[in-house]
Design a protein around this ligand. Sequence first.
Ligand code: PHE
Length: 705
Amino acid sequence: MIALVAMALSCDRLSPQVTAAENHDDGTGPIVIGHFGSMTGAEATFGQSTDKGVRLAMDERNIQGGVKGRMIELVTIDDAGKSQEAGTAVTRLITEHHVKAILGEVASSLSKAGGAVAQKYRVPMISPSSTNESVTLIGNMIFRVCFIDGFQGYVVAKFARDSLHANRVGVLYDQQQAYSKGLAKEFDHAFRALGGTITTSQAYTGGDVDLSAQLQSLKDTNPEAIFLPGYYTDAGNIARQARKLGITVPLLGGDGWDSEKLTEIGGDAIEGSYYANHYSFEDTRPAVQNFVAKYQKRYGAVPDGLAALGYDAALVLFDAMDRAKSLNGGDLAEAIAQTKGFPAVTGVITLDKNRNPVKSAVMLVVKNGKPHYFGTVDPPTQPLPEIKDVEDTGGGEASMLTKLLQTLVNSLALGALYALIALGYTLVYGVLRFINFAHSDVFTFGAWISFTFANWFGWAKAAPGYGLPLILVLAMVTCSALGVTIERLAYRPLRRAPRLNVLITAIGVSLLLQNTGTLPWAFGPNPQHMAPLVADKSLATIAGVHLRLVDMVVLALALVLVGALQFLVYRTKLGRAMRAVSFDERVAALMGVNVNRVVTITFAVGSALAAAGGLLFALKYEALQITAGSQWVLLGLTAFVAAVVGGIGDVRGAAVGALLIAAVQEFGAAYLSTQLRDVYVFTILIIVLLVKPSGLFGRAVVEKV
Ligand code: PHE
């Protein structure tokens, strides 16, 4: 004990010394610099483009002899676009790779997380493209080469006022990203200062799939444009959902839209939208055209703003290294801070006392699937006028009936999807008495394999009428095979082991599937857009509510499948065998039931239903997040809750529970608060479990001692 305490104390005394020690350079060997960025995940193109820009700058410099006669080396660490990973990535760059300086991140929230670590170790960091004001306020080691959001908000506001002549604009922002939240605020401020009105400001969380409640609220206030200060994957998806709800006004964005994937994900829905950015590849300035030519020659693609900023950040760093007394943290930071009139691709860079440059921005318009130059906005020469509080006049609320009906339709369609997943949990639990936590991954697999098949057949843009049934069958068959394999390899060997072991194995299988799915040879690290297997049309309009073909297909198919399952379990011999195994496995075996066969079939059927759910999910929401996304886990959990609420093990219960949960979510989002969607689910769970512990349809189980 005493030895341990002594050790702990001595560690404590050591650590401040380590952290306070300045980053030291011995003046020999290659100069290692670090880049941390989202090389995978929903913002994967951010990190990928930045890395390409940085490498281009570095290789050019190395050909000219490097910096201070030493070669430059780059270490890139992927943070998958997650704030929690950013700090670790920077720590590793500093403590494992001993980098002299760090480039990154793109997303402001991640720069803040990583920047805190860089500041602590006193290693200079230059963010190429984080625009949130607070990033460089972390401390004297943190710099950036892009403009800040106070200016960007003004750029979009000015554009909306002067070019769109808009008086009334609505806002929809990502409440979990510092960038999105900050930019929404800055825009709000500037737009009102310029005499406009914000009709409503709605929030979502990155990766949310269903934004119909927020969009409906926006629509109700009749805006002339909607500002979406989020990242491209969300912006593309929101655009699609907005158009489906009949919102036709122009959409506006900030630099977070900058990705070639924007139009891939947003398709026609994003056409005619505008966003602010740091540069346009169509800019005729020689510095820009030179860079575009070099980049294209090396990578075969047109550089986006991130690539240009990555390139610029590296150039600014090398320039400062040339001037710095030494490459020790303090000396290098001092040299970066003195950057003045540096001619970069995205403009001339002079850092102010807060380590930010002042630069102009461009507005781009999306036309024929490409961002085109629309105009340049220079920093304002005078401060914005004070905001006069303007009365909101125009625009009426949508009728109460419309809102009610719309919410009802949404609940039914969502409930049907939940039901298909919930049935898989219930079936397996019913027969084997264990919770298959890998089930939501089978569902995810169903969505992705449907996407893969559809693209194989070349239906990415349009599909023949037999497309849907064919893909449905293929997806169900592959998913069944997957489910059966999982049971054989992971669960069957543990049939007699304690439940806890099986549960842990299930979680392991789940992680294995999630992570394997993101490998490049599997489904890859980028979000994707589902092929249109169901024509995008509205069948009828009742009281202003569109009944969409997709939703009807989802509902009809779910009904048919649930009915078929009910029949299978309660009316066939196989069903009787399943119920027998569920009741008592050993007795069933003694009575001649082939238990292994029944279990295999249970997994096959449950997985096939999950496949149908996955396909329908992909058709309804069109946006597929990477397989290791938390969105899928949450979906699986929600469906699992539906199964428990309905009484786990009961087929009808799962269906009813799913509808109930979906209704609670949709009505809560529409009438209370959209932010608390998932809280409602668990509130219902707790209430049901308190009142009827075995669930709505469940029978009380007598523990056999
Ligand atoms: N400005 C965004 C942020 O701070 C990141 C970004 C920059 C995205 C440039 C695209 C292009 O989070």
